[in-house]
Structures are given as C-alpha cells and as structure tokens.
Write a protein that binds this ligand. Structure first.
Ligand code: SAH
Ligand code: SF4
Length: 391
C-alpha cells in the first residue's frame, strides 16, 4: 500500500490522519518487523492492523560474504520461494577505510522466463512475479539484518525526522514526483542508498509491481531513495522501455546488450528474436530523448562468443548513436553451463579498442565473483541441494 491508500483506509476507520505518518515511520524509518512494535499506536489500532493486514518479512535462508565485502542474501518468502539480493559496498574496505555507500541489487521475479543462455536465473524456468511488498522488503530486510548483526547503528531518528510525513499536498500534485528525488537525497541515514534492479528476473516483465515498489522506495514517506540512484536493467523489452520513458520519475536505465549484432544476440538471448536490435535501439532512442538521460549498455564478455575485436565496431556505433556508455563485465561462470570468462588481457584489449572508437566505457573488475554473485546462482545451488536432500 502506498501513502494514499493507507490514508483512505485510515479515513474509513475514522483514525486521525497523523496515524498514517506514524505507521509509515514505523515501517520505513524503523523497519518495524511487526505491528506490536509500533508502541505509540493505541492497542486497538495495532490489533486492527494485525487483523486486516499482513506484514510479511522474508526469512533469511542463507547468506554469503562478509560485512566489508559483497554480501549475498537468499530470502525465503511466505510461499517458500527463494530469491536473492546482493549488497555491494561502493567502497569496500580494501584500503582500510569503511565503506560508506551501499548498493543493493534487488530481484523482481522468482526465476526468469527469458532464458538467456548464460544466466543462472532462468535455468529452472519462471515461477512467479514478486509482489510489491516482496520487492520493497528486500531493502528493509537487508537493513534489518545489518542493524542486528553489526555494530553499525542506522540513525533512524534523524532519518525519520527528515521525512515530511504527513501533509497531503506533498504527495499529490505535480511536485510529488520530484519530492521523492529531492527529499530522497536528504535522507542521509538510510543504509541502502543505491538500488540496481539487476537481481533475479526481468524487471520490465513485472512492470506494475516494480513501478509501485520503486515509487514507495523513492517516496519521502517511504524509502527516500532518489530516483537517480535507482537503475533498472532489462534484457530488452522494447515496448516496456517506451512505457518507462513516460514515467515521471527519472530512473536510470541499463540495457543488457551482450551483443551488438542480431547474429550474436540471437545466439545467447532468445528475447532478441521477439525484439530485434532495430526495435530495441529505437525504443532506447525514444527513452533517451524523452528523459535526456544517459543509458548504460551492459556487455558481458564471454570467451569465444562476443569478445572478438570484430564486435567492437558495431558496439561502438550503437553506443554513439544512443549516446550511451558501455559497461564491460567479465562473465561469471555458472555451474553446469559451458560458458567461460575471457582472459584478463582479452577484456582489457576489448576495452581499449572501444575507447579508441571514442566510446565511454568501463571494465568491471567486479566484486563478488567468489560468492556466486551472478544473478540466480545462490538460489539455484540451494534449490538443487534441497532437491538432493529430498531424494
Ligand atoms: N533481467 C534483467 C535484470 C537481471 S540480470 C536483465 O537481463 O538485464 C542482471 C545482469 O546480470 C544482466 O545484465 C545479465 O545479463 C547479467 N548476468 C546474468 N548472468 C550473468 C553471469 N553469469 N555473469 C555476468 N553477468 C551475468
Ligand atoms: Fe532473465 Fe536477465 Fe537472466 Fe536473461 S539475463 S535470463 S532476462 S535474469
């Protein structure tokens, strides 16, 4: 539920309007795990909330990684489905300093229907879309975990007082979209301050739930995370990219390109047959013009598949046409799949060649290879272990 829906419900219940702000503060600033924790609400109201709403908190099934590196969380949902979130410190304590910013990689579906050949998320097929609460909860549950398991205290009180919780005018009207962006930036004490929608699943195939979850995570009364700090990654659902371009919030967009010709893309990404490059490119152009925002092209380097220097020219042409930057990612091997990561020298040569073509590019010396950080891997491993145990 968003603020307006809760407001409507509390009006029906004849509750004073300020109670809405109190509940939202408990949920998003204090990450309350249950209604009984909301001690400044009258007991009768807490009981009514418990009777008419559920507050579903995902259960931590498994965790990998340590607190100063990339950490992967495997969550068990109410129906026992497993999903992953990955917490990536922007500034890991490699040089002896504490990490100060935290990016959370969030899942949007259980499994994935798109079946990219290199990806662990789609290997066991698609189970279901995540609900709005299951997307939002990944952020809250991660923060709850950090709070209980580290000395770090997230300063909730400050966070909460920075939130303009109640006045209705702030959440309606034309300014409301921007409110999230600006106020989001002011909420300094949120532990997770960057989101990448790059976990399991195809985000734009769960469009409505994703967008509602992101509006909640962005809102000043909710997560307070600026839209510009939220990146949505898609394998290339052209119609939904156009739809996203019409949204008022300024999310960042990343395209999982992985091949700059239909020939290469068709080999590894079935979605390309549905939305071939010409269609995808034109949707990206539309997005870029509408939003005046730079798009990122994600390009996994897979040995012998798309890492040849002959792939650079079409990639550079596409990147220049879209005024996009290219993010090169050496492939993370997946158990049971034959694809391999190219040698470091091959990755470096690809980057250099791309730069010679006047394209802004980065090569991710990515964090998390050792903890199965590629999307879907921890879940797959756990599902298989469980299946093994069950005979
Ligand atoms: N479905 C969306 C978002 C989730 S996948 C998408 O495809 O964009 C997030 C990113 O991880 C995508 O760019 C995807 O291609 C990439 N990825 C998947 N498996 C990977 C692997 N084994 N190694 C490196 N990147 C991988
Ligand atoms: Fe799905 Fe993205 Fe994996 Fe492709 S890369 S199977 S779209 S999660």
């Amino acid at each position: 539920m968003d603020e307006q829906e809760l407001r409507a419900r509390f009006a029906e219940w004849k509750q004073p309007a300020y109670r809405v702000g109190q509940v939202l503060e408990w949920l998003y600033a204090h990450r309350a795990p249950g209604w009984e924790a909301m001690t400044n609400l009258p007991k009768a109201l807490r009981e009514r909330l418990a009777a008419e709403f559920t507050l579903q908190i995902p259960e931590l099934a498994r965790k990998q990684g340590s607190s100063d590196t990339t950490q992967k969380f495997l969550w068990r949902l109410a129906d026992h489905a497993l999903i992953e979130s990955v917490l990536i410190p922007a500034n890991p304590a490699l040089y002896g300093e504490a990490s100060d910013r935290h990016t959370l990689c969030v899942s949007t579906q259980v499994g994935c229907a798109y079946g990219c050949k290199f990806c662990a998320s789609g290997l066991d097929g698609f189970k279901r879309n995540l609900g709005v609460h299951e997307i939002v909860e990944q952020v809250l549950a991660t923060e709850r975990f950090k709070e209980t398991n580290s000395k770090l205290k997230i300063k909730n009180s400050k966070c909460a007082s920075a939130l303009p919780l109640s006045p209705e005018s702030k959440v309606q009207g034309p300014k409301s979209e921007e409110a999230g962006e600006g106020e989001g930036a002011k909420v300094k004490n949120r532990f997770v301050d960057n989101l990448v929608i790059m976990g399991m699943g195809e985000p734009l195939a769960n469009y409505e739930n994703l967008l509602k979850a992101l509006r909640i995570l962005n809102a000043p009364w909710g997560g307070g995370i600026g839209a510009r700090k939220i990146t949505i990654s898609t394998s290339g659902l052209a119609p939904q990219i156009r739809k996203l371009a019409e949204e008022p919030l300024q999310f960042r967009l990343a395209i999982s390109l992985h091949g700059a010709t239909d020939e290469t893309r068709n080999k590894i990404m079935p979605v390309n047959r549905r939305y071939p490059l010409a269609e995808l490119t034109s949707a990206c152009e539309f997005y870029q013009k509408k939003k005046e925002r730079m798009i990122t092209l994600e390009y996994i380097l897979i040995a012998g598949v798309n890492d040849g220097l002959d792939e650079v020219r079409p990639l550079a042409q596409l990147a220049r046409r879209l005024d996009a930057k290219v993010n090169l990612i050496p492939y993370n091997t997946v158990e049971g799949l034959q694809w391999e990561r190219p040698a470091e020298s091959v990755c470096e040569a690809f980057l250099e060649s791309l730069e010679n073509h006047k394209v802004t590019a980065t090569l991710r010396r990515e964090k998390g290879h050792d903890i199965d950080a590629a999307c879907g891997q921890l879940r797959l491993k756990t599902e298989r272990e469980l299946a093994g145990k069950g005979g």
